[in-house]
Design a protein around this ligand. Structure first.
Ligand code: IVH
Length: 665
């Protein structure tokens, strides 16, 4: 087969699997098989750069940063919606429409969620996604094509030969991705986002599309832009087209349908309240439903009022706000020593959930809202998840109240807190601060770290306070007898704790490195470090030069790792863990196969990801080594091989390519 034909075929295959995975949630192949297709495509593109078009799946990972976003006009203005806030408003909307149309008979409405994200217009020419614009002022938007092409549930090519087709929708971040992103942002000392909408919008406004590519954004399509030549008669018809073109429809996998054709105002009200009930369980934030007259010809009859269509309205849910009293501000000390003020409030129900605390982030935030202890405050569950204080009711403020200032010293150990330039937070610099240590221990035992699953936060507090555990290694020296002396520790639970400590000893290098709590070293970075060094010892003796070779380790992360490596106490502690029986194993289960008994090492860039190559070797029984020695059977060399190649040649190790390796299997 000619490689051009193969290239087109690969694109089709990749589109198909993207759709199965990201739209239908029904993957048919493993990630490994997908990576294989993808790297074959990249190989072909490398040798034939002029074939790379606007629909190449390689655009999904982002491309070189832009200097600025170009502006572009929308073919048709992007309108806004009138708002309704209650059942009465919705009935009023229905009445207005009937009056305008001079009709008594029920109207059919198409209803769906009002997504709380960033509106985007996609422009397809002859089926290929050529442009994506933000709403802007409705007339002119910004060209954010490179960012939008990284969103994996947006088809880069659709089965339509219309010369031009515009589709509008909302870019969203799922709640779980938002939480993960914020945790990672905090871990890397960067600002967190207030809610998923800001995170989605912030990602699309990045000039570097490689950042957007990492953010796991989603797109929900909901409206046509200019669609000349498209045969459709109603909003529900349009949604059928959307589905055929490969877009994800709301709630297509859920019991409660999230979009519905309602045959009367009463049915709309039922839908409005049904969605209100499931709102909290949705993967993403919504702020209401959108009600649209279904028939296109009625829509045209109804036309616009000012900048909103008369035929649609956004029916919002009552804001989930409440007032309560700010009783106290406590200062929490985090694992990195960061001092975070937290509001303690008189418990109050907001949107069905009792709220009694909210983070206040830092002094700047407290100053901006002028929060004082004793104030009556308005709280709200922002973005449906995190409660926050919105404002103070000044009329209710006591004349004797005074502005709140964060303490100058760590509330746990009394050390003077430091403010690091350009950071909004105060930190306790004491490495032995009890609060910092407790948090470090909680991190150490957590599920994604060493996973001592029978030791929860409460037990860590008790173990620390009793003096039994003051550092990581103490955990591995715990005896059942000493546990039994603690309050509320029964025979059975003490046994469980000891067993979970034992089980946790079998771990991976990635987990061990992650659990050490080195600043800026999250799970991902830990995994790259583990892959790179292969053993704790070689990590502990890493040089700057070596560290900087690791993808994602830049100067900032490198210097944090260096701080750790130069801290004698910390490195001794890490080694002590190994002495106490913590054993790092190869992460993947070993299988036997054609490569059993043979050892491998990879150097240079292979046509597939390193991880996939390792998985391939190990799943066929091969063993990965971390350095060249006479024990090594094969060095798999890709492009730009490193010094390992030379060394292997000297030692007479057999050097093979990725293709040779596949032949071996
Ligand atoms: S239809 C005539 N459907 O709401 C407007 N809009 O206030 C056609 N939005 O800028 C838009 N979810 O960003 C429509 N299911 C939905 C929506 C939706 C969110 C946003 C959209 C628009 C804003 C209007």
């Amino acid at each position: 087969m000619s490689s051009r034909k193969r290239y087109e075929e690969l694109k089709k295959e990749i589109f198909k699997h993207d759709h199965l995975y990201h739209v239908l949630d029904k993957p048919e192949i493993s990630d490994y098989e997908y990576d294989q297709l993808y790297s074959e495509l990249l190989e072909i593109e490398k040798s034939n750069p002029d074939w790379v078009g606007q629909d190449s799946p390689s655009l999904r990972v982002g491309s070189n940063p832009l200097d600025f976003f170009e502006k572009a006009q929308h073919t048709l203005p992007m309108l806004s919606l009138s708002n309704s806030y209650s059942v009465e408003d919705i009935l009023e909307f229905d009445k207005r429409i009937k009056k305008f149309l001079n009709s008594e008979s029920p109207i059919s409405y198409f209803c769906e969620p009002k997504y709380d994200g960033l509106a985007i217009e996609l422009v397809y020419e002859n089926g290929v996604l050529v442009r994506a614009l933000t709403r802007g002022d409705g007339i002119t938007g910004e060209d954010v094509t490179a960012n939008v092409k990284t969103i994996r549930n947006i088809p880069l090519r659709i089965p339509s030969d219309l010369s031009r087709l515009e589709i509008r929708g909302e870019v969203l971040m799922f709640k779980k991705d938002f939480k993960e992103l914020n945790a990672a942002q905090e871990e890397s000392g960067e600002n967190s986002f207030a809610n998923p909408r800001n995170a989605a919008a912030g990602s699309i406004r990045q000039l570097d599309s490689r950042i957007a590519a990492k953010r796991n954004l989603k797109f929900m399509a909901y409206a046509p832009g200019s669609v000349e030549g498209l045969n459709y008669h109603s909003q529900s018809d349009f949604h059928k087209h959307l589905q055929q073109w490969g877009f994800r429809l709301p709630g297509q996998h859920k019991k409660q349908p999230l979009s519905q054709l309602c045959e009367s105002a009463d049915e709309v009200l039922e839908f409005y309240s049904a969605i209100h009930k499931v709102r909290k369980e949705l993967d993403y934030d919504i702020d209401g439903i959108v009600i649209k007259v279904n028939s296109l010809s009625l829509q045209q009859d109804l036309g616009l009022i000012a900048k909103s269509p008369r035929w649609a309205t956004a029916a919002k849910y009552p804001p989930e706000q409440a007032t309560t009293v700010l009783e106290q501000i406590v200062v929490q000390v985090g694992r990195t020593g960061a001092l975070t003020p937290v509001a303690v409030m008189k418990p109050v129900k907001v949107g069905g959930v009792t709220v009694s605390s909210a983070t206040l982030h830092n002094q700047d935030e407290i100053d901006r809202k002028d929060l004082r202890i004793g104030d009556t405050v308005v709280i709200q569950r922002a973005g449906d998840v995190i409660p926050e204080i919105v404002s103070v009711i000044l009329q209710k403020r006591s004349p004797s109240s005074i502005p709140y200032l964060l303490p100058t010293h760590c509330p746990s150990c009394g050390t003077r807190a430091e403010k690091i330039l350009e950071e909004a937070v105060l930190r306790c610099p004491n490495r032995h601060c009890p609060a910092v240590m407790k948090e470090a221990l909680k991190h150490f035992v957590s599920r994604k770290a060493m996973n001592l699953d029978k030791i929860g936060d409460r037990l860590i507090e008790t173990l620390y306070d009793s003096g039994l555990v003051r550092k990581f290694s103490d955990l591995y020296q715990l005896k059942k007898e000493s546990l039994l002396e603690l309050e509320r520790q029964g025979e059975k639970s003490a046994e469980n704790v000891i067993a979970s400590i034992e089980t946790s000893k079998k771990t991976t290098l990635q987990r061990l490195i992650y659990s050490l709590g080195i600043r800026f070293v999250g799970e991902q970075t830990a995994s790259l470090i583990a892959d790179h060094f292969g053993s704790l010892d070689s990590f502990l003796s890493a040089t700057d030069e070596e560290l900087l070779k690791i993808p994602e380790v830049g100067p900032k992360v490198c210097s944090a790792i260096k701080d750790f490596l130069q801290n004698k106490e910390a490195t001794t502690e890490a080694k002590h863990l190994i002495e106490l029986g913590v054993a790092v194993q190869q992460p993947r289960r070993k299988s036997s196969g054609p490569l059993t008994g043979k050892s491998f090492l990879i150097t240079g860039t292979l046509p597939v990801k390193r991880e996939s190559a390792k998985e391939f070797i190990e799943s066929n029984g091969g063993k990965m080594l971390s350095s060249v020695s006479s024990k090594l059977n094969y060095l798999v060399a890709g492009d730009d091989p490193g010094s390992k190649l030379e060394k292997a040649e000297k030692l007479g190790v057999q050097i093979i390519s990725w293709e040779d390796l596949q032949k071996l299997v």
